[in-house]
Design a binder for this molecule. Sequence first.
Ligand SMILES: [Zn+2]
Length: 121
Amino acid sequence: MFCPKCKAEYRAGFTRCADCGENLVEQLPSEEPPVRDKHADNAELVQILTTSDMTDVITIKSILDSEGIEYLLRGEQMMYIDPYDPVILYVRQEDTERVMALLKDVKLNYFRFIFHKDQYK
Ligand SMILES: [Zn+2]
């Protein structure tokens, strides 16, 4: 059991945090849930990764283009203005596993995977 406020862990049987008086929960909400783009018109988009490297963007685009996967690169134009503003790659939720498999072995210069498969269970 965990306190949602101070994140203290309690043994089973406890219902209230001794410090905050908060009701304990079985599991703390995950710190970094995948961000979904609510503005997508017809599909639910999932953030896959961020990169600040132009070469990465070109590599990713060529892979996804050749596989015929639809994607959205947010902030691509901004890279020319502010190279430290990372580009975010979004794909449709149903393509997520395929994209992850495709990009898994690709050598990218600077990127960070955002998507965590486990959080979809
Ligand atoms: Zn507490």
